[in-house]
Design a protein around this ligand. Structure first.
Ligand code: PSU
Ligand code: MN
Length: 303
């Protein structure tokens, strides 16, 4: 039987030498950011890590093969091809059919962990959607992190979600949430939500220490590191609130449901904000990649 997934030579060598590696997701590139900025962003996120002497492992499923670490052509494909959006449940179907897809936070976390990558940077986590008590729309991101040994660095969850319900789910599923330099849970484009956290950390080394302790004392779940965007890069709250409510009205009017909701809202918000939300989205993602690089470096020193 052939290998069910492929780890690139660069990532495999780094893992074998216990050098730091950070996973990067492909759905944010394929479905979360508009072209052509998405391709530039995919290249830049990898570059930020290389400048920290950290090996990037961008993850996607190409021609039925889950790939941990892409070459330049793979990165081009996730940015320019019209790929499907794959969560964990889609992986075996894509593999059996030889099909291609971008991986969500859930699918990226799962594949990273299969390959032995422990740290992952994204923009924002999926979570419990507003109205979920009726629609049952809750991202598989949270459930997957509950059973996957991965440390995910995000700027919290997008303010299009039900943040309170998402935090409740993280608690129920025994996923530690660490505010990175903050006791307030961030809300993606904004530094703060209305919700405080029980725990904050001030350094990458502290996160690595929690990872080590969790390996010894946990049951294989992951860790959420909530990293707020720097104050001078955050979106203006009034403009943010106005655009989000308009985007919601458009999604309701268009009757968007299921896994199309998140990409629809993200791209509408870019349009409605005249591109401002995109700049903020890119800044917070870069910031998460940098922090993830530091955590991976601290982890490789103690693992
Ligand atoms: N955060 C972003 N951009 C994105 C997403 C999150 O900044 O594109 C994507 C991630 O891939 C996440 C997915 O896993 O949205 C969640 O989708 P859903 O709500 O359908 O689970
Ligand atoms: Mn959903």
């Amino acid at each position: 039987m052939s290998q069910p997934f492929v780890v690139s030579d660069e990532v495999a060598a780094a893992l074998a030498d216990k050098r730091p590696v950070v996973a990067l997701e492909s759905t944010i590139i394929s479905h979360g950011l508009p072209r052509p900025r998405n391709h530039e962003a995919a290249i830049e996120f990898e570059q930020i890590l290389r400048e920290q002497d950290v090996t990037p492992a961008t993850i996607a499923i190409l021609d039925g093969v889950p790939r941990i670490g892409l070459d330049g052509e793979g990165v081009r494909r996730i940015a320019e091809d019209d790929l499907a959006k794959a969560s964990v449940r889609d992986i075996p179907i894509l593999a059996a059919r030889g099909a291609s897809a971008a991986t969500t936070v859930a699918a990226t976390s799962h594949l990273a962990a299969l390959a032995g990558v422990r740290v992952f940077a994204t923009g924002g986590l999926g979570g419990v959607h507003k109205g979920a008590s009726e629609s049952f729309d809750e991202s598989a991101d949270i459930d997957t992190i509950a059973v996957t040994p991965i440390t995910v660095v995000s700027a919290g969850v997008k303010s299009v979600l039900d943040i309170a319900a998402t935090l409740e789910r993280l608690e129920t599923l025994s996923i530690p949430v660490l505010g990175f330099g903050t006791r307030v849970f961030p809300s993606f484009w904004l530094r703060e939500s209305a919700y405080t956290l029980d725990w904050s950390v001030d350094s990458a080394e502290e996160v690595a220490a929690v990872m080590k302790a969790q390996d010894q004392l946990g049951h294989g779940q992951g860790i959420v590191v909530a990293n707020p965007i720097p104050a001078d890069q955050a979106w203006e709250p009034e403009e943010h609130d106005r655009v989000i409510s308009e985007a919601f009205e458009l999604a309701a009017a268009a009757g968007v449901t299921g896994k199309a909701v998140t990409p629809f809202l993200l791209l509408k918000i870019v349009e409605l904000s005249g591109g401002r939300s995109l700049e903020v989205n890119l800044d917070l993602a870069r910031n998460n990649v940098r922090v993830a690089g530091r955590i991976a470096t601290a982890w490789s020193a103690i693992a």
